[in-house]
Design a binder for this molecule. Structure first.
Ligand code: NDP
Length: 430
């Protein structure tokens, strides 16, 4: 294994600086409120009605002296957003359509809540960059989360990143925006949060390898012959984690681990060859970092996203998450095995895209989003997901990624090719 490149853009390293590797910055980016000690950190939860959003609100509600819920957002689940607004009383909320915004505003007014309701991408971006927001939980699923997460980065916010697709599709541009905006980037994905914790105080040149753990998903032991017929319900029944439907399918195909491999390369400035994936069905070890002296550091905990969420919210301090202590005696044993790349080709496709670089990860992500959506809508079989992605990667050549236009063009173009591939795989012709 070659010596790793020095870290250029590690999580929460807001500028190329003298900061010690593994530590976000030598000078933590604290909110004005925290620095003055005068008030609470004002948090925007983008995607508050989803799995990560709900867990984030749970942690925030445990620390009312420390955090204020400043803004919330949803797409379709407006009823749940209304309930969240009435409970947390944010100053701002955002929804997709102006019709939903009008309905929500009327309901809130009726209940005496003063929340201002915005709509569309512009509304989301305005919340993410708002002067009264200190920290942004980026928990929208898929490429839809890119514009508002970039807006938060440009505005120098503390970004708690769950929305891995935004990072994967825009890669170096995302990291550059974080640096130039003097934002603070904290990983919420449990694996990357674990790596971040295992890197604290370490020099990046000492890193030999990053090991991402994978639960293996619901089909770890399912014979390949049965995979053709699995349903969205089976794919979404994850054995360890309760998650949104898209990431659940990604977890079942192992594309989630592929996206995480790309995410790890970007966050920790390591080449793909330095990132390995190991299947760990118990989901107790959330990832490991191996150092050149042979030491291997791991982060363990119950599989509950409130742990990495609380870590990102509280960093550089620790705050309670509401998650019960891990009983390692009860767990008893920890198993590790190599992933079956024949059974789960998405992992190899993602690794190849990471190695090609440029817009290859953008194309991979777009093709995957289209294929997963088609699978969830029963227009595509489970085993056809990797076939569609492979076809798109072969038909849509990767190019350079130097600006947002490159990202958007590759994303749109790959989606078009993927729709055609889905239609032809589903036997309805292009
Ligand atoms: P969910 O599907 O549960 O929630 C997604 C959220 O985003 C919802 O609030 C949804 O609103 C909103 N949303 C969806 N589409 C749009 C859109 N086009 N515009 C604006 N808002 C939108 O997803 P998860 O919470 O599971 O995942 C969120 C992100 O976090 C994903 O990127 C995922 O990969 C990542 N992640 C999730 C983990 C988990 O345990 N769930 C673990 C690690 C990472 P509405 O409800 O109204 O549709």
């Amino acid at each position: 294994m070659s010596e790793p490149r020095p870290s250029e853009s590690r999580p929460n390293e807001s500028r190329p600086s003298e900061s010690r590797p593994g530590e976000p910055t030598s000078e933590p980016q604290l909110s004005e409120a925290e620095l003055s000690g005068a008030g609470r950190t004002r948090v925007a939860v983008l995607g508050s009605t989803g799995s990560i959003g709900v867990s984030t609100l749970d942690v925030l509600a445990r620390h009312p002296q420390r955090f204020a819920v400043q803004a919330l957002s949803a797409r379709r689940n407006i009823q749940r957003l209304l309930e969240q607004c009435l409970q947390h009383r944010p100053a701002l909320a955002a929804v997709e359509t102006s019709a939903d915004a009008a309905w929500l505003a009327e309901q809130l007014q009726h209940h005496g809540a003063a929340t201002q309701v915005l709509s569309g991408d512009a509304g989301l971006c305005s919340i993410a960059a708002h002067r009264d927001v200190d920290a942004v939980m980026a928990a929208i699923v898929g490429a839809a989360g890119l514009p508002c997460t970039l807006a938060a980065a440009r505005a120098g916010k503390r970004i708690m990143l769950a929305n891995k697709e935004a990072l994967v599709m825009s890669g170096p541009l995302f990291m550059q925006t974080v640096r130039e905006g003097h934002a603070t980037l904290l990983p919420v994905d449990s694996e990357h949060n674990a790596i971040f914790q295992c890197s604290a105080g370490e020099h990046p040149t000492g890193v030999r390898r990053i090991l991402l753990t994978a639960s293996g998903g619901p089909f770890l032991r399912t014979p390949r012959s049965q995979l053709a017929a699995v349903t969205p319900e089976q794919a979404c029944a994850h054995p360890r984690w309760v998650m949104g439907r898209k990431i659940s399918v990604d977890s079942a195909t192992l594309m989630n681990k592929g996206l995480e491999l790309i995410e790890a390369c970007l966050l920790f400035a390591v080449p793909p060859a330095q990132v390995d994936v190991v299947v760990h069905p118990q989901s107790i070890v959330h990832s490991l970092v191996e150092y050149c002296d042979g030491s291997m550091l791991a982060q363990l905990g119950n599989p509950d996203m409130r742990v990495p969420i609380a870590h990102a919210l509280g960093w550089p301090r620790r705050i309670g998450s509401g998650v019960e202590s891990l009983d390692i005696v009860k767990v008893g044993r920890l198993d590790f095995e190599a992933p079956d790349l024949q059974q789960f080709p998405c992992l190899s496709l993602a690794r190849q895209a990471a190695e090609v670089g440029g817009t290859a990860p953008t194309i991979l992500n777009a093709a995957n989003e289209v294929a997963v959506e088609a699978f969830l809508q029963r227009r595509l079989g489970f085993l056809e997901i990797p076939l569609v992605i492979e076809e798109v990667l072969s038909k849509f050549p990767a190019g350079r990624l130097t600006c947002l236009q490159d990202v958007l063009a590759a994303d749109a173009g790959a989606r078009q090719v993927a729709q055609v591939a889905v239609a032809s795989a589903a036997g309805v012709g292009a």
